[in-house]
Design a protein around this ligand. Structure first.
Ligand code: NDP
Length: 417
């Protein structure tokens, strides 16, 4: 099966490593903006895989550039691990060229000052009640087109969204008649030794964390100020950490796809140093996405900041400690209340030894490969646009154990109040 991977950053590096271990992928093209990165990765992996690796340069913001390459290579499936800004262009190119589409993050507009985008965004904020800059409406709107083309688009197969959504489908299939409460807990207990750095793309990361929080309750969204809701939790493998409620994209799809759910919340851990740096950068305007004039030229503050911060891909050798990501479910089985916690613990240095990347890239790249392999092998099939929780979770859960992200079930977890 011919796969085209778009992007060659931290997540892509792990996803491609893992694709090379999975015999379903016989030919893999690595295509990205900077071809030298694709060449270096292909050179490193070629001796270790039977898959035929090729590389190419592509501008994923350009429909024409994508179509030129896809018409020549004819991929069965395209894995988009570039940035969420490119989701729609890559989906359009997949429709044009007859390829299935897979990604790990929902669409986000790069230019949030574009009046056309802003008008739609503001209408959505009023109608839906949350103000995050990203939502699924843009990609769900492609459902009819993918159905008509007989193609599959699989959205959000990273860890969160991705594995957390598959955990939910698995819990519903095997442990509950109804799930009423879902708390998604994302803990990174890793230490990279820098005063401030982000574990994945700084622009995407800082925009997410500095936005309002929100959660789903009784059929509607409840918005909070950034970092307004804080809890402490004692994570297996990591220890006690502060965690904060954030808006997160899987809340939107789980609210749609999990019947009878009453509340879905998402918490992420942050240390005080990260929050102090982020608040300071926000207060001085460094997280801005609107271009400003500087010495006769325009610069976008957050892009300039990205150039100053450590490249997330360079954190691998320095990061020690573990991540622990999972979901606590509360619901009903055979008329009785039940609580289940499904989670994975992942060690930064073990990930680095295996792939050269730290655990945040690893925990996203492995499920990116697994979701792609579900589509590529036809294990998950169907025409249209899907989120991962809409398919049978069992083969995906087996693959998590096989490809480096084993999970555990705690049937008596400490709950979050
Ligand atoms: P990186 O910034 O490390 O990598 C992005 C890659 O995309 C780079 O290789 C970059 O090229 C390439 N790229 C960017 N723009 C273009 C373009 N216009 N045309 C072609 N290539 C382009 O990001 P990450 O690897 O950290 O993240 C990748 C994706 O994973 C993001 O969408 C992120 O939101 C998502 N993610 C999802 C998570 C989940 O759990 N679901 C968790 C973490 C991340 P260049 O090398 O030239 O910069």
């Amino acid at each position: 099966m011919k796969l085209m991977v778009i992007g060659c950053g931290g997540v892509a590096t792990v996803a491609i490593h893992k694709c090379c271990e999975n015999p379903v992928f016989t030919e893999i093209m690595i295509a990205s903006r900077t071809k030298s990165k694709c060449d270096a990765l292909a050179e490193k992996l070629a001796p270790k895989t039977s898959a035929k690796l090729t590389t190419a340069v592509v501008d994923a913001d350009s429909f024409d550039s994508l179509c030129r390459l896809m018409k020549e290579y004819k991929p069965h499936t395209v894995l988009n691990v570039a940035l969420p800004y490119q989701d729609l262009t890559i989906m359009d190119a997949c429709l044009e060229c007859g390829a299935n589409y897979v990604d790990t993050a929902n669409y986000e507009a790069e230019n949030t000052d574009d009046p056309e985008w802003r008008a739609i965004y503001e209408k959505r904020c009023k109608e839906k009640g949350f103000t995050a800059l990203f939502d699924y409406s843009w990609q769900w709107a492609y459902d009819e087109k993918f159905k008509a083309a007989g193609l599959t688009a699989l959205l959000g197969t990273g860890f969160d969204p991705g594995v957390t959504s598959v955990y939910t489908a698995y819990a519903l299939k095997h442990y509950f008649d109804e799930i009423h409460y879902i708390d998604i807990l994302d803990c990174n207990g890793g230490d990279h030794g820098y005063p401030f750095a982000t574990n994945f793309n700084p622009e995407i990361n800082l925009r997410e964390v500095s936005s309002n929080g929100s959660y789903w309750e009784d059929g509607h969204w409840v918005e909070t100020k950034p970092m307004e809701i804080k809890r402490e939790y004692n994570f297996d493998g990591v220890g006690m950490k502060d965690m904060y409620l954030l808006h997160h994209e899987e809340i939107e799809s789980l609210a749609k796809n999990i019947p009878n759910v009453k509340r879905i919340r998402f918490f992420m851990t942050f240390g005080q140093s990260y929050l102090t740096h982020m608040n300071c950068l926000q207060n001085v305007g460094m997280l801005g996405t609107t271009p400003v004039k500087f010495e006769g030229r325009e610069i976008v503050p957050i892009k300039f900041l990205k150039a100053l911060l450590p490249d997330p891909a360079s954190l691998g050798p320095r990061t020690v400690g573990k991540t622990n990501i999972g979901c606590i479910f509360r619901g009903i089985k055979d008329g009785k209340e039940r609580n289940i916690y499904i989670y994975n613990v992942c060690d930064h240095q073990e990930c680095y030894k295996e792939t050269g990347a730290q655990a945040v890239s690893y925990t996203t790249g492995v499920p990116a490969m697994i979701g792609t392999s579900m589509v590529a092998s036809g294990t998950w099939s169907g025409a249209g646009v899907f989120n991962v929780e809409e398919f049978d979770p069992d083969p995906y859960m087996d693959a998590l154990n096989k490809y480096g992200l084993p999970w555990q079930v705690d049937e008596n977890p400490v709950l979050v109040d």
